[in-house]
Design a protein around this ligand. Structure first.
Ligand code: HEM
Length: 275
């Protein structure tokens, strides 16, 4: 298959490469909207209750939350929420071409804030994970730590490629970073989507988060998006129209799954916190 031509006999509207680019934009739009819902929840719930001085509300949402006497852990919880807000708000902006091209200084500073917040939240979260009572099956600590290590590694590689002015590589490492940072958001979407697909039955998931579904999801939130991203890169680099069309279909399905997962997560986790 070749690019779109002006030949009247050619009924093909878009080339496979253009279709892939449009699908990626569709996926990105849905993702940015879903992350906006998450960041509104963080600001409204945690920011709102902090402004009222009602930190008990935070404890009501978390497994451990604030623990009397654990100064370092409690400070970490506070910073975790601040950085969660910063990275969820600043991440998607980095990928909007109009912003990147027209406001370069903003792009650079926003990128620095995003990457350093991602590293700091991950280091703090590793501390929380390994010093406090675990949530769910013990193996979940390994799965979520893998996510934190991926975030730290990709932030370093993204910054290094930017400093070397290798922008193709920088763009790819930043996309990997964005997906790894989105891991905990994918966790919420994963539960939401699974609730939707199983009509709320959710076999393999338990209250204690130690079922096979809970454990698989814990690893999948890091590994599956990164594996799909590598396939996407291969499709972009390839000259094979069929591979690009297939990838474009996969990206559209993922966008729809993201929309359903976001809607369900908002219902289950975020809107419920205000009732
Ligand atoms: C990088 C992006 C991250 C964001 C945006 C984020 C966001 C959040 C939010 C909003 C909460 C409060 C619970 C809720 O309302 O849903 C939370 C709790 C928590 N996060 Fe993260 N998180 C991130 C990364 C991580 C990582 C990488 C880890 C582990 C290595 C982690 C470990 C935890 C733990 C242990 C809690 C619960 C604390 C408790 O229940 O006492 N987070 N996170």
């Amino acid at each position: 298959m070749t690019d779109l031509t002006m030949n009247p006999g050619n009924t093909q509207l878009y080339s496979p490469r253009q279709m892939l680019a449009h699908s990626a934009r569709f996926w990105f739009f849905i993702t940015a909207m879903g992350q906006m819902a998450f960041v509104i929840y963080i600001a409204a719930f945690y920011g709102g209750s902090a402004l009222r001085g009602d930190y008990d509300a935070w404890d009501g949402r978390m497994f451990n939350g604030f623990i009397s006497g654990d100064l370092l852990g409690n400070l970490n919880i506070l910073l975790h929420i601040v950085f969660a807000f910063v990275i969820t708000a600043s991440g998607p902006i980095q990928f909007i071409p109009a912003v990147r091209n027209r406001f370069r200084t903003f792009h650079r500073w926003n990128g620095r804030i995003y990457a350093s917040s991602a590293v700091l939240i991950s280091i703090g979260a590793l501390y929380l994970t390994w010093t406090r009572n675990g949530i769910g099956a013990p193996i979940l600590d390994i799965g979520i730590s893998l996510n934190a290590v991926a975030i730290i590694s990709f932030a370093v590689l993204s910054a290094r490629s930017a400093m070397k002015r290798n922008f193709r590589s920088h763009h790819r490492w930043t996309l990997r970073l964005f997906l790894a940072v989105s891991g905990v958001w994918y966790m919420r979407l994963g539960f939401g989507l699974y609730a939707f697909l199983t009509g709320g039955q959710m076999p393999g998931s338990t209250q204690m988060l130690d079922g096979p579904f809970d454990i698989s999801l814990n690893f999948a939130i890091t590994l599956v998006p990164l594996a799909l991203l590598e396939l996407y890169f291969r499709a972009i680099d390839s000259k094979n129209g069929l591979a690009q069309s297939l990838m474009s279909a996969v990206v559209c399905v993922l966008a729809v799954a993201t929309a359903i997962g976001s809607f369900m997560a908002a219902q289950i986790f975020w809107l419920s916190s205000f009732s």
